[in-house]
Design a protein. Structure first.
Ligand code: B1M
Length: 210
């Protein structure tokens, strides 16, 4: 198990998309815990790529190649996370997306998949989503939650703008959760969000009111 997780992590650091997809398939065949493989294998690898890039040991193209390897592995694993979907009563409707100016979508997609797998109806708006689009979609679909991902310190203020637009339109009944690497519960309180989730499991618990 430990060895396999380490190989998964290394495949992302090496930017080897063929290998990462192969290791993801192998993990499924071995019946490994998919969330553990994602978090302690592949996510650990992409975070290391980010660290190496920040320290100047990798260049931007290598960051892109690492992200591609990560996406290939997620493409293999994501369907098995969706297993819980269907047949159950919806626990509520969540509109999710990555805020405008920000194209990081790996974590957001993982959160969307986990919410859907746990019985929520999810409208995934994708990445680089304008503030008004979150508000309009949530209003039109009578959503219970808006979940806004931001991975850049420069795009975090967009999360606050969504909350301000909701208030301006008297839609304060729609709850807002924020997430993404630079966010925190302090940030959520500061901007008046209803909650912060540090990972996909926490996002599900928050949406369930746990
Ligand atoms: Co970028 N990038 N990147 N990047 N990138 C970061 C975020 C960075 C921290 C890297 C670093 O410096 N160490 C840094 C941000 C610095 C800052 O603002 N403080 C950075 C930068 C600077 C940039 C560019 C500006 C680089 C450049 O062009 N000069 C550029 C920005 C482009 C843009 O958005 N406009 C850029 C580009 C890219 C790639 C395209 C190459 C690629 C993204 C590919 C893609 O997503 N399609 C990329 C990647 C891969 C990263 C890192 C390495 C990894 C992000 C990731 O996918 N993590 C990242 C470093 C890092 O985060 N440590 C970095 C795995 C993912 C599963 O985790 O997204 O954190 P995460 O999601 C978690 C939780 O945060 C939470 O649950 C998820 C699952 O556990 N969560 C939520 C996330 N969203 C949530 C929403 C919720 C609830 C929970 O509900 C609301």
């Amino acid at each position: 198990m430990k060895e396999h997780l380490e190989s998964c992590r290394q495949s992302i650091i090496d930017g080897d998309a063929e290998k990462s997809a192969e290791l993801a398939k192998l993990a499924l065949e071995k019946g490994m815990d998919v969330l553990e493989v994602i978090e302690n294998g592949f996510v650990s690898g992409i975070r290391e790529v980010g660290r190496l890039w920040e320290e100047g040991e990798l260049f931007l193209p290598e960051l892109v190649i690492g992200a591609d390897a990560m996406k290939k592995a997620m493409d293999v694993l994501q369907p098995s996370l969706e297993g819980g979907k269907g047949g159950q009563k919806s626990l509520g409707h969540v509109v999710i997306g990555t805020i405008e100016g920000d194209i990081h979508d790996i974590g957001k997609t993982l959160v969307a998949t986990m919410l859907a797998a746990n019985g929520f109806q999810v409208t995934d708006l994708g990445a680089d989503v304008p503030v008004a689009k979150f508000v309009e979609t949530a209003e039109k679909t009578s959503a219970d939650w808006i979940a806004i991902s931001a991975l850049l310190t420069t795009t975090m203020p967009g999360q606050k703008k969504v909350i301000e637009q909701l208030a301006a339109k008297s839609l304060g009944n729609i709850k807002v959760m924020v997430g993404g690497a630079p966010c925190s519960s302090e940030w959520a309180s500061e901007i008046g969000a209803d909650g912060y989730a540090g990972d996909a499991v926490a996002a599900v618990a928050l949406a369930k009111g746990q």
